[in-house]
Design a protein around this ligand. Sequence first.
Ligand SMILES: [Zn+2]
Length: 271
Amino acid sequence: MDTTAALTNRQFFYDGLSNTSSRLTSGRDMKVIYRGLYSMFPNGFPEILIFDKLENDVPLMVQPLPNGNRIYYLKNDTDEAILQILSKELRNPTCDVNPKFPYVHHNMSEYRIAEWVVSACYIADTLNIPMNQIVFSSEALFSSCTPNKCILISDRLDSENMLATIAHELRHVWQETHNSEWLKNYKCLESGIDAYVSQMAEVDAEAFCLKLFCMVSGIDYIKIFRHIRYNVDLGEEYQNSILNRMKEIDIILSAKKINILRKYLEYRDVA
Ligand SMILES: [Zn+2]
């Protein structure tokens, strides 16, 4: 859902970065780190963001959030080195907090962060792509795949839309290597809603996420438009193009993984 709001967020994303000497590492595969953290801290862990470098060349910084949680910023390193730093720090926090770090904030609980980054890894597996960094944000009205290949996700999504949105944005990452021609003349929302939603990149991303959602939730294809998301207002022709693309897309997802994702879908925030 790359909307006007998301473009503003994207600008924010870069403004936030240009105010510091730091840059979020582009295209970093987070699967080993997300899964490693989940195995150590299954009840939740803070948001982890990895940068090419940090101010004063420190390996680790922490930003407190209004909800009492933290975001950890790490200098890019091997998966093992990063997991080692985090394992020590999260068990016994000693890193000084830096309240001035001008980056992002959100209201996600650590439990929700852990569940969703790990469920995102399963979706990335089904697409056979790396799992890029996920950035949760209160500023993001919608979500987007940023040019530095991070997935910006609004923290206000319910669990159904969280699953669908992560899948939609990961499908755009998949398109970069499988159908990059769809992204060459990508039309933003300013081009008009019809031109935006009917372009192949958006039809394919939406069809993928809705098909995955149907598989996980057990909801019928036809009912899906009324059940989640905004598609119901966009007319029959649009819905037919999505349904036709859904028939073309093959998603290979084992029963075991469907059950795991279903657990996340049924998850209610208890933290
Ligand atoms: Zn999109």
